[in-house]
Design a binder for this molecule. Structure first.
Ligand SMILES: [Zn+2]
Length: 198
């Protein structure tokens, strides 16, 4: 394919439902023309605002408060700093190795498997999500708070909850899904399989 044909495809023929196509072409170009699927997936992940926002949220809620409490790190606005530094390469590599060992041990246990299942869930298809929200009148099925309810903003946003958790084999079937606000969802936790749709 020559340059003009590719330009023509990008400008006139590429019909987009997401950013994947231009992202893929750009990533392939940047990697010299060929890339593994995994490298491409990483390139996509780096551009996926929803995923990035999700991990930003996880980082802020999970490791940052705990590590701050132990005075390992400090948070300054959007910046996180390690309250430790060393010029000694041996010390540095020891810390890195210990962290890698901890990650490895964690993943090997059953708890680790559940953790990863929750971390990389198969997304609920858009039409299923829509049906579940419609069925619940876009309200939390436990406390009835609705999106845009400014009085109870701290309970939001609404989540699609798996009645039987994914880590226990719960599916994306519409019958296994219910709408819960953030607060009710947190209260419920991952171990509870209560169906609140009444
Ligand atoms: Zn609620």
């Amino acid at each position: 394919m020559n340059h003009q044909a590719l330009v023509d495809f990008i400008c006139n023929k590429m019909s987009m439902s997401h950013i994947y196509q231009p992202l893929l072409i750009k990533a392939l170009l940047e990697s010299g023309g060929t890339s593994s699927i995994r490298q491409l997936a990483i390139a996509v992940l780096n551009m996926d605002e929803a995923q990035i926002a999700y991990y930003e949220d996880r980082i802020k809620k999970m490791p940052v408060p705990v590590l701050s409490k132990h005075e390992i790190i400090e948070k300054n606005g959007d910046f996180i700093s390690l309250k430790y530094s060393t010029k000694n390469l041996e010390e540095k590599s020891e810390i890195k190795l210990l962290c890698e060992q901890k990650i490895h041990d964690f993943i090997r246990t059953r708890k680790g498997n559940e953790f990863w299942d929750r971390f990389t869930p198969e997304p609920i298809p858009g039409d299923v999500r829509y049906e579940v929200l419609k069925r619940a009148n876009k309200r939390c099925e436990l406390c009835k708070v609705s999106e845009g309810d400014s009085l109870y903003e701290e309970r939001l946003p609404l989540h699609i909850d798996h009645i039987i958790p994914r880590s226990k084999g719960g599916s994306n079937d519409i019958e296994n899904l219910q709408v819960l606000c953030r607060a009710c969802n947190q209260g419920k936790g991952n171990r509870d399989s209560t169906d609140f749709r009444k």
